[in-house]
Design a protein around this ligand. Structure first.
Ligand code: IPM
Ligand code: MN
Length: 324
């Protein structure tokens, strides 16, 4: 079956890794009808476009969005990140950010990051900006609905897996408002899933356990910012960020989901053929899963399995291809 995919290569190494990923998915048997969208920091510098209402509504017509990386040092921080990536996550209601890991010791676990709220929501502002009495606030937005749907997704995912174990990560001892909401929602939803065992870790402790004892994790659910930070650490314990894949999901499928590697645009190595395309390839496999092409997705994942992370883009790409 053919799938319509909107492709946003973006900035830096984004287009390079996406090209390898699309070649790999197609070689594995995926039938993808792709359309390129020229978006990212480079486009903003060209004509000021970040993501217009028009482009956003065009994107809604696709089955999925496949994104490389966005952001360039030539554009002030936040313009592209908030205006393009976060806007897409929020407006397409991609409330689940799934980030699976296989540690260097072979332990497989998955982090669910809430993807539409928390400190990312953009609440806050300046008072008396630029003066010596300046105040900046950046609130954390946590709705019962937003928290509960994310936690519920976590329980469903845990239930579908062998170990059926879900860990909530937060900082309830200090964030006594948002943490309380997360903890209550977690404990209430848990009653509906007696077959799933649960645990709770503070975020700081979770950072230690990720490194020293990741085996305790099966499915982890956490808020947006904790999830952002924790999943970079997840990448670091799993052979590096060059292997870390992710899916921004709208589970109800009221809009297309977006698939992207966890890594950024890495402007320092862009255009040099040095980027590891594996994270993009594996993100493509997550896209195929969501599109119902699970066999092809498994084939792609298997092909990536024993490919060493070292070597240039072309070497890694051909090693993956050879394994298909
Ligand atoms: C990620 C990235 C983004 C985030 C940035 C680029 C806005 O770091 O996907 O993890 O913070 O969510
Ligand atoms: Mn991040």
């Amino acid at each position: 079956m053919s799938h319509k995919v909107a492709v946003i290569g973006g900035d830096g190494i984004g287009p390079e890794v996406i090209e390898v990923a699309l070649d790999t998915l197609r070689a594995a048997g995926a039938d993808l009808e792709t359309t390129d969208f020229r978006l990212g920091g480079f486009r903003y510098l060209e004509d000021g476009t970040v993501l217009t209402d028009q482009i956003l509504s065009e994107l809604r017509a696709y089955d999925a969005i496949f994104l490389g990386a966005v952001g360039t040092p030539d554009v002030p921080p936040g313009i592209i990140e908030r205006g393009l990536l976060l806007r897409a996550r929020f407006e397409l209601d991609l409330y689940i950010n799934l980030r699976p890991f296989v540690t260097t010791n072979g332990h497989e676990f998955i982090v669910i990051r809430e993807n539409t709220e928390g400190t990312y929501a953009g609440e806050g502002g300046f008072l008396r900006k630029g003066t010596s009495d300046e105040i900046a606030t950046q609130g954390s937005v946590n709705t019962r609905k937003g928290v509960e749907r994310c936690i519920r997704y976590g329980f469903e995912l845990a239930r579908s897996r062998d170990r059926k174990h879900l860990t909530l990560v937060h900082k309830t001892n200090v964030l006594t408002f948002s943490g309380d909401l997360w903890e209550r929602a977690f404990n209430e939803v848990a009653i509906e899933y007696p077959d799933v065992t649960t645990a709770y870790n503070h975020i700081d402790a979770a950072c230690i356990y990720f490194v020293e004892d990741p085996y305790r994790y099966d499915v982890v659910v956490t808020d947006n910012l904790f999830g952002d930070i924790l999943t970079d650490l997840g990448g670091a314990i799993s052979g590096g960020i060059g292997l870390a894949s992710s899916a921004n999901l709208n589970p109800e499928r009221t809009a297309p989901s977006l698939f992207e590697p966890v890594h950024g645009s890495a402007p320092d190595i862009a255009g040099k053929g040095l980027a590891n395309p594996t994270a993009a390839v594996l993100s493509g496999a997550m896209m195929l899963d969501f599109l119902g092409e699970n066999q092809i997705a498994d084939r792609v994942r298997l092909a990536c399995k024993d490919v060493a992370g070292d070597g240039d883009t072309a070497t890694i790409a051909s090693a993956i291809m050879a394994n298909l």
